[in-house]
Write a protein that binds this ligand. Sequence first.
Ligand code: 4NP
Length: 157
Amino acid sequence: MTRILMVCLGNICRSPIADGLLRRKVKENNLDVLVDSAGTANYHIGKKPDHRMCQTAQANQTNIDELRARQFTVDDFQKFDQIYAMDLENYRNIIKLAPNKADVSKVKLILNELFPDENKAVPDPYYGTQKDFQEVYDLLDHATDVVISKIKNGTIR
Ligand code: 4NP
């Protein structure tokens, strides 16, 4: 089984939709993949995803209502094979906690799956409008399509 963790700052906007999209596609494709998400910050532990992200998800046939925010911990390096950060700041905060080089190499920027080596960020929509939430959805919809293809062809294990 492949185990994939999506990570942003608060775990209420970007990583929950990345999690929800990948979870839905894993199910649709009958793949043996465990999907979860976490935030590097502790501000929103135990909370539901932001209602604007839930609305955008629902409008796009994706449900994230059951997810609850949690903070990334060092144990996640043992529990997951691939760790996707939504932006460079979160990437840096994750790798700071990595126990060894093999664990550092598990951490990637999610948008490098779409735009290799460009180190682009999924923009933080927290202070934005519904349009910004849809943009996050669209970016992560495309990025998770690539992740699914790579799982199917064995590039991601
Ligand atoms: P996320 O968005 O990292 O995509 O969940 C944010 C959520 C909350 C905050 C910032 C970003 N905040 O500052 O509380």
